[in-house]
Write a protein of this length. Structure first.
Length: 297
C-alpha cells in the first residue's frame, strides 16, 4: 500500500474520530436478573435496569444467572454470568470513531436526551411547533403528512376563550377546510380534503370575529405514502435494528421518521416507546429532546 493511500485512510479515520468518549452514548438496552452499576471503578454500586445510559468508565456487576445487552455506536454486545465488566473494555474500538449513517443520527438523538437541554440538540427548525410571539401557539409537529391520514392538531392559547376557528389553506392561501371548535384540539381526516402529494399546506387557529387572538401559519407538506414506508423499510434492513428489542426498535423508528421530517409520525412513535417503559425514563427524555429540536425560540 503506497504512502498516499495510507495518508488518505489516516485522514479519513481522523475525520470521523470523536473528540472524546463522552460523545458516544452507551445504553443498557436489556437486562435480566440482578445487575448493579458503578460510574467508575471503585465507586459504589447501585441497582440498574434497562433502559439506562452508561458511562464509558462505568462497571457492570452481574450475578450468576444475570444477562445484559449493551448498545454502543450502532452495535449490540451481550454479557452474561457472574463478574465485573468494565464498559470501556467491552467497547474499545467503538468508542474511538464516529459511526456513519443511521447509527450516527441515532447517536446524536441519544446524546441530546442523555445530556438534557444543554445537550447536542443541534437541529433547530420551525416545523409546526409554537412561536411564542403569537397568542395561540401550536403543540403539534407535522413536517410531512400522508394525504389519507387522520391528524390531531393541538394548540395552546395565552387566554382561554369559548371558541376557536381552525383553518387549512393551500399554497395559494385558499381555505380548503374550516371548523369552529370549543376546545384546544381538532382531529382532521385528510382523506376528504383532496390534498396532493408534493404540495405544501398551512394551518392556523384564530379567535372568531377577526379582532381576537391569532396563531402563526404552520406549514406542512403532503408526502406519498410510499415515501414514509421506505423510511421504515430502510431502517428494517439495518443490522442494528434487527438485533434490537421492541422498545429500542420503536425509538429507532421514531429517530428515522424524525430524520426524514415525518415529525407527526415520529412524535407518535416516541410516545409509544415511552408507553413500553417501566421505570426507565430514556424514551420520555428522547421525546423531550425531540420537542426542543422541533421548537422555535
Amino acid at each position: 500500500m503506497n504512502k498516499h493511500l495510507l495518508l488518505f485512510i489516516s485522514c479519513l479515520m481522523l475525520a470521523f474520530s470523536l473528540q472524546a468518549q463522552d460523545d458516544i452514548p452507551i445504553l443498557l438496552s436489556k437486562s435480566y436478573k440482578k445487575i448493579k452499576y458503578a460510574p467508575e471503578p471503585g465507586a459504589k454500586y447501585s441497582k440498574i435496569q434497562a433502559v439506562k445510559s452508561l458511562d464509558a468508565k462505568g462497571v457492570l456487576k452481574l450475578g450468576g444467572k444475570s444477562t445484559a445487552r449493551l448498545y454502543c455506536n450502532g452495535l449490540f454486545k451481550d454479557i452474561e454470568g457472574r463478574g465485573e465488566y468494565v464498559i470501556a473494555d467491552l467497547f474499545g474500538d467503538e468508542l474511538n470513531y464516529r459511526a456513519m449513517g443511521f447509527a450516527n443520527t441515532f447517536n446524536g438523538m441519544l446524546m441530546a436526551a442523555i445530556r438534557g437541554p444543554r445537550g447536542t440538540d443541534t437541529t433547530s427548525a420551525s416545523s409546526g411547533w409554537g412561536n411564542k410571539k403569537f397568542d395561540i401557539i401550536s403543540a403539534t409537529p407535522i413536517g410531512k403528512a400522508i394525504s389519507n391520514q387522520s391528524l390531531r392538531f393541538q394548540w395552546q392559547s395565552r387566554e382561554n376563550i369559548p371558541e376557536y376557528e381552525f383553518t387549512i389553506e393551500d399554497e395559494s392561501g385558499r381555505v380548503i377546510h374550516s371548523k369552529k371548535v370549543n376546545q384546544k384540539e381538532y382531529t382532521v381526516d385528510f382523506s376528504g380534503l383532496g390534498l396532493k402529494a408534493g404540495k405544501s399546506y398551512a394551518w392556523k387557529v384564530v379567535q372568531p370575529g377577526g379582532e381576537g387572538m391569532v396563531s402563526d401559519k404552520y406549514f406542512f407538506k403532503v408526502a406519498d405514502e410510499k415515501e414514509k414506508a421506505d423510511v421504515i423499510t430502510a431502517l428494517q434492513e439495518e443490522e442494528v435494528y434487527q438485533e434490537a428489542g421492541p422498545q429500542m426498535k420503536k425509538l429507532m423508528e421514531a429517530a428515522s421518521l424524525e430524520d426524514s421530517e415525518f415529525y407527526y409520525a415520529a412524535d407518535q412513535a416516541y410516545v409509544e416507546a415511552a408507553q413500553m417503559s417501566g421505570k426507565e425514563d430514556l424514551p420520555e427524555k428522547m421525546r423531550e429532546a425531540f420537542v426542543r429540536r422541533r421548537s422555535v425560540d
